[in-house]
Design a binder for this molecule. Structure first.
Ligand code: DPP
Ligand code: ZN
Length: 859
């Protein structure tokens, strides 16, 4: 297959002024009639080439005249009409089979209802159309269906509905905003609806409706509340007002993505919409709030202004992630939010950037765009916007945003056009900054310092370099904002944060008037997505760990100390004195009255095993890292046993459940204590943990008690897991948690148990949530066991990829990444991983999705 290249972009030579769609819904034979009002805008002899896949073409007419067989051509991916008038109506009628569609793109069925997912290229499996984001059209949609599907929904406003012959009925929808085909949506089914309204800043009333499975309405209230807060926040923070009279969200169980921002009709994976205290954890509440906001924010950054081509995906995704992260920071506290965002960035994006699938935030070629919905496009894309704001300042940043919204409203545009708005409003030359979009790889920054006591001068030496990534052997220096402050050895603040812009390979900065030998607090707030190395001594890090006024760096100092101790032990050189000292300092931090529980919970969680793998210098040995990390956990659990038990008791709440950040922070700290105590499972701790689990009255506490018992293993684990299953067998979202917790079991026999779970009657590989709960969670979050020296973990994953690729290529492709990292591991492990990739690569009938990622992983 031929890759698609950014350099080959050409505008579509026709405008589709209006699009009229008529759906006659039926599970295995749905008819779709499309009437496209077309006007030639390009070359006089350009043929009309429409995308279309898996469609049964029934008829095609131009201005009512049926085309004869020699007037058009159909292949597996296109409908071509070589000669057309300059202005005409093209009408096609096709038949499709939603019931058989397990790829979950286009029109498919989930739980007896019809729904759609068109981003990026699903619309072409619904009808023939120029399925590309730069073709904007005004849609009107008629849906006809059986009465057993009472709700018939599409984008825009409902303009008519009624009954038809027999038991059938219809609905007519008109969307006044021109949109690209990837934002089209349709839902038909039996649903409960929760209704509310929102008055916008200009005083317009918007009806809000959330549609869920019958009986689930009470679980939609948190999403509804989040939506209203997001609408308000976007008005205040970005001056963005909602534009239709109606905003709808529908939850579906079978969904490849998290959620989708279709104009006026968002469709959500039910795991990111439904929540109540009994079935959802605080982490679920937090993600629901963030994703509801994310999809809503797309209405401006994505829908009103969309992407010219899919290479510009970060234009909408990076910016929208930045917007949802800023919203969450305002809702839940900036420091805790930043730590969580950085943790996710490192775990997913830094790993991607260090492996064979590294790509720029704006890539320049792809085989399947589905493969580019990555942490790099989303999370690094957001970091770029964040740096832009840091470099320009909040006010100039907002001016640039305002100009962008004003100038490009209604357009499909590019990253260049976006950056040009900031250049213009700030007067700053951002041409070097653009390299952040074009260059892959995580920059390495080193910072060393010399202090001249006599002259009271501190000299900072900064350097940067970025290792080669596939297709990019040499790298340019990037403009990197490095926020630095100084503390005294006693932990007093000596100098406030200053942002140094490192925009060359190396530079030196002199700070005068530094009266005492300082401790450097660098990259405060994680001011750039880089790996920082400094010449700080452990004693400096302890100063930061106890006293840095930048709480992000306080947390970071603890992580770095822990990381170095774990890596030393994994390399066979344990520093027992250092481990004791760390445990002691951690104890001090945990009794700090001024710190919030949510922050303390983060202090208590050690760097994850995937992070440690990425940070180890030598080819990684996951089992050694796991054991070294465990050794530190055991030491902390013993050294701080009394304190952890005390906090565990103090953080228990007896009152009513509140999803607030404050209440969630107390639960997080209590659960972090439980987790740590499970490293030292003597009778007293075991009794405490069993008590925690059995007394839990909400899902956060229940999972917080269950996982430690799973880690301890034996009878406690079996009893707890089977009680959990018996309670929740009928709740799919909770059962996902039951699968996922078992896949993260660190005990050596876990692979057999995971394989056995694939034969459990509740394991449905056609459901992406269930598949990921078991298979991805095992491969990504249980490295010590996934990397079993026998290679059985790799074989298991490869078998799953091949099975799932037969019906859902998009989801199958997302399972490839854990194998792709083979170069990072000890050579015997790496060879076995490679062997499985090779086995997949030669498999006949591989999807383009999996083929692209496997091929890239092998080269
Ligand atoms: N555009 C969606 C989102 O990220 C993904 N399908 O919100
Ligand atoms: Zn998005």
């Amino acid at each position: 297959p031929q890759p698609i290249r950014l350099a080959d972009y050409r505008p579509f030579p026709f405008a589709i002024e209006t699009t009229r769609l008529v759906f006659d819904l039926s599970p295995s034979a749905t008819r779709v009639r499309a009437e496209l009002a077309i006007r030639r805008t390009g070359d006089g002899d350009a043929p009309l080439v429409l995308n279309g896949e898996r469609l049964k073409l029934l008829s095609v007419t131009i201005d009512g005249q049926a085309l004869s067989a020699n007037q058009y051509a159909v292949d597996a991916e296109h409908l071509t009409v070589p000669e057309t008038p300059d202005q005409f109506v093209l009408t096609t009628e096709v038949e499709i089979d939603p019931l058989a569609n397990k790829a979950l793109t286009g029109l498919y069925m989930s739980g007896g209802r019809f729904c759609t997912q068109c981003e990026a290229e699903g619309f072409r499996t619904i009808t023939y159309f120029p399925d590309r984001p730069d073709v904007l059209s005004r849609y009107s949609v008629r849906i006809e269906a059986d009465g057993g599907l009472p709700h018939l929904l599409s984008n825009g406003n409902l303009v008519d509905q009624g009954s038809l012959d027999g038991a059938r009925h219809f609905a007519e929808w008109v969307d006044p905003f021109p949109k690209p085909s990837y934002l089209f949506a349709l839902v038909a089914g039996d649903l409960d609806v929760v209704t509310d309204s929102f008055v916008t800043m200009s005083g317009r009333e918007v009806a809000l409706k959330i549609f869920v499975d019958p009986g689930q309405a009470s679980r939609a209230t948190y999403a509804l509340d989040s939506l209203k807060r997001a609408m308000k926040w976007d008005e205040e923070a970005f001056g963005r007002e909602y534009d239709l009279d109606l905003f709808m969200i529908v939850a579906v169980r079978d969904f490849n993505f998290g959620a989708m921002e279709n104009k006026g009709l968002n469709i959500f994976n039910s795991s990111l919409l439904l929540a109540d205290p009994e079935t959802a954890t605080d982490a679920d509440f937090e993600r629901i709030e963030a994703v509801v906001a994310h999809e809503y924010f797309h209405n401006w950054t994505g829908n009103r202004i969309t992407c010219r081509d899919w290479f510009q995906l970060c234009l909408k995704e990076g910016f929208t992630v930045f917007r949802d992260q800023s919203f969450s920071a305002d809702m839940r506290g900036a420091v805790v939010q930043r730590i969580k965002d950085v943790r996710a960035l490192r775990a997913r994006q830094f790993a991607e950037d260090a492996g064979p699938l590294a790509h720029p935030v704006r890539p320049s070629s792809y085989l399947k765009i589905d493969n580019f919905y990555t942490a790099t496009i989303y999370e690094k894309g957001s970091e770029i916007i964040r740096m832009l704001k840091t470099i320009l300042g909040a006010e100039a940043f907002r001016k640039g945003c305002d100009l962008y919204f004003e100038r490009h409203d209604g357009e499909a545009t590019t990253v260049e056009a976006f950056i040009a708005c900031f250049t213009e409003t700030s007067g700053q030359d951002l041409s070097d900054f653009f390299a952040w979009y074009e260059q892959a790889g995580t920059p390495a920054v080193t910072l060393t310092s010399d202090y001249d006591a006599q002259a009271s001068v501190l000299t900072l030496n900064l350097r940067q370099s970025t290792a080669p990534t596939p297709g990019q052997p040499t790298k340019r220096p990037l403009p990197i904002p490095v926020a630095i402050g100084l503390l005294s050895q006693g932990g007093e603040s000596l100098r406030d944060t200053e942002v140094v812009l490192l925009d060359k390979d190396a530079m030196t900065v002199r700070w005068e008037g530094v009266a005492q030998p300082p401790v450097l607090s660098a990259l405060r707030g994680f001011s750039a997505p880089v790996n920082l190395t400094t010449d700080a001594r452990p004693s400096d890090r302890y100063v930061l760990f106890s006293a840095d006024p930048d709480l992000f760096n306080r947390w970071e100092a603890g992580q770095t100390l822990a990381r170095d101790l774990i890596l030393a032990r994994a390399a066979g050189a344990p520093d027992e004195v250092g481990e004791e000292r760390y445990a002691e300092a951690l104890g001090q931090a945990l009794v700090d009255e001024a710190a919030e529980p949510a922050f303390k919970a983060l202090l208590l969680s050690l760097p994850s095993e995937p992070d440690l793998t990425l940070l180890s210098e030598e080819p990684a040995d996951p089992l050694a890292l796991h054991e070294a990390r465990d050794a530190l956990r055991i030491r902390i659990a013993i050294h701080l046993g009394d304190l952890l038990r005390r906090l565990h008791g103090e953080m228990q709440s007896s009152g009513e459940f509140s999803p607030s950040a404050e209440a969630a922070g107390r639960r997080a700290l209590r659960n972090a204590c439980a987790d740590m105590l499970s490293a030292d499972p003597h009778d007293e701790n075991l009794t405490r943990l069993v008590g925690h689990y059995e007394a839990s009255r909400n899902m956060t506490d229940m999972i917080g008690g269950l996982y430690p018992l799973v880690c301890i293993g034996g009878e406690a684990r079996e009893k707890a897991l089977s009680a959990f299953y018996d309670t929740w067998a009928a709740e799919p979202l909770v059962l996902d948690k039951w699968f996922s917790i078992q896949s993260r079991d660190p005990n050596p026999d876990v692979l057999d148990r995971v394989v056995a779970l694939t034969r459990h009657p509740a394991f449905e590989p056609t459901n992406p949530n269930r598949l990921r709960a078991l298979v991805s969670a095992f491969a990504s979050f249980n490295p010590a066991r996934f990397h079993d020296p026998s290679g059985a973990g790799y074989r298991f994953l490869a078998d799953q990829i091949l099975t799932v690729d037969k019906f859902n290529p998009m989801t199958a492709a997302r399972l490839v990444e854990p194998l792709g990292a083979w170069r990072r591991y000890k050579s015997d492990l790496g060879a076995l991983m490679r062997q499985e990739l090779e086995r997949i690569a030669v498999h006949p009938d591989l999807s383009k999705n999996v083929l692209e990622l496997v091929t890239k992983s092998l080269t």
